[in-house]
Design a protein around this ligand. Structure first.
Ligand code: CTP
Length: 401
């Protein structure tokens, strides 16, 4: 895809991965983009301004003041100029400062002034990447609407091996191209996403639930938002903080989730049922904590409503419903049956047999089934890449206008 006419502000910070920024600039310039580089002082310990300026065909900016003349690099103008800001590599230091709103260099001032979307490609050693403070910074930045291009696993400059390598420039280019090509293709659409587990009380202190993290649902919500949709969430109890840009109803039980979904359904264009709803709940909820005794205890369970199936019966010709299936045997057959049973237009099958797929992790491997019989099998992808794939397939559903 051509990036002709696109203005990209590339931030470079002080990591050994800064040498890869040179390759990224070359790819962006080759694709037709106009690139302005803003680097931190420590970036120049890894790559020279001359290299970056030669490749980007523009002087590299780094200081607030130009040559001590009193003239200055206007961070507000730079922030407004760009169609996209990408910081690659983004160090732990820069992520921490961005997330905390600090502003002691030009790059941070530009970041705070930017009105365009922001992508950040972290690069650091594996233990730094896993540190709670760095993870917190990233979560915060995601909640501000920034897009984190997850670090990849492999050999690191320290000699250790693990997650922390900056995404390869070729893959960053794909992310940038897909950002510009898809931009706002779901503008005007109203989308409902159910996500997370449900909790079914047994007594005031115990409940039945499952391991769903809600991460896949959140990734889907993020993609819809990025591509212009109005996103409504009905979320079971999850650990991740839900960004305030989504309209969210928090629920605990399947019955609450159904009630909330029913009240929103008719106004929606697309519904994605990613919640791991408990199929059963305790038939009786004890008023007081159940005390242990010498004998065994049996719990009688009663069936919960099926949210997707109930709303599937109400689905209009213009609405699109997407469901999930998590199977341990006869995967494809069971997944396809759900298309008709629950009146889905698409079913996304997570295979528990694939390493890296499933409830808790950050990656997933899926097969997407269309009513037409078409099947799309993915590689192992990040959950946000799976989300993009699902949105792309929604556009292939015949009722999509
Ligand atoms: N689902 C739902 N309400 C339920 C159960 C499931 O909305 N009470 C939705 C899920 O969000 C998912 C799809 O239905 O999109 C498939 O759920 P799954 O649990 O795999 O299938 P079940 O129909 O419950 O069948 P089984 O447990 O036998 O696999």
């Amino acid at each position: 895809m051509s990036l002709k006419g696109k203005r990209i502000l590339l931030g470079v910070t002080g990591s050994i991965a800064a040498y890869k920024s040179a390759f990224l600039v070359r790819l962006l310039i080759k694709a037709g983009a106009e690139v302005q580089i803003v680097a931190t002082a420590s970036a120049f310990e890894f790559i020279t301004p001359l290299t970056l300026a030669t490749l980007s065909k523009k002087p590299v900016l780094s200081e607030f003041q130009k040559d001590n003349t009193g003239a200055w690099n206007n961070h507000v103008e730079l922030g407004l100029w760009a169609d996209l800001m990408i910081v690659a590599p983004a160090t732990a230091n820069t992520l921490g400062k961005f997330s905390g709103g600090l502003c002691d260099n030009l790059l941070e001032a530009v970041y705070l002034s930017a009105r365009c979307p922001v992508m950040l490609a972290p690069a650091m050693d594996l233990d730094m990447y896993q540190h709670s403070s760095v993870q917190d910074s990233m979560r915060k930045l995601i909640s501000y609407g920034n897009h984190i291009l997850e670090a990849q696993s492999g050999e690191l400059a320290s000699g250790l091996s693990g997650q922390g390598r900056m995404m390869e420039p070729e893959d960053i280019l794909i992310e940038i191209e897909s950002f510009f090509s898809k931009s706002k293709d779901f503008q005007g659409k109203k989308v409902l996403v159910t996500l997370g587990p449900t909790q079914e009380a047994l007594d005031p202190v115990r409940f039945i639930s499952n391991h769903s993290s809600g991460k896949m649902g959140l990734a889907i919500a993020e993609s819809f938002f990025k591509r212009g949709a109005e996103v409504h969430l009905i979320a079971g109890p999850i650990k991740t903080e839900i960004p305030s840009k989504f309209t969210t109803v928090n629920v605990s039980t399947a019955e609450e989730m159904l009630k909330s979904a029913q009240s929103k359904h008719s106004a929606m264009d697309i519904c994605v049922f990613s919640a791991a709803v408990a199929d059963y709940r305790p038939a009786e909820v004890a008023d007081q904590k159940i005390k242990k005794s010498d004998s065994d205890l049996s719990i009688s369970l009663t069936k919960n409503p099926d949210i997707a199936q109930t709303l599937g019966k109400k689905k209009s010709q213009k609405q699109i419903h997407v469901g999930f299936a998590l199977e341990t045997e006869n995967e494809k057959k069971n997944a396809k049956q759900k298309l008709t049973k629950k009146n889905f237009d698409l079913v996304v099958l997570n295979s528990l047999q694939d390493k890296g797929a499933g409830f808790q992790g950050d990656t997933n491997k899926v097969t997407i089934f269309h009513r037409s019989g078409e099947q799309i099998e993915s590689e192992l992808l990040s959950k946000s890449q799976v989300a993009e794939l699902i949105l792309d397939q929604i556009k292939n559903v015949p009722v999509w206008i």
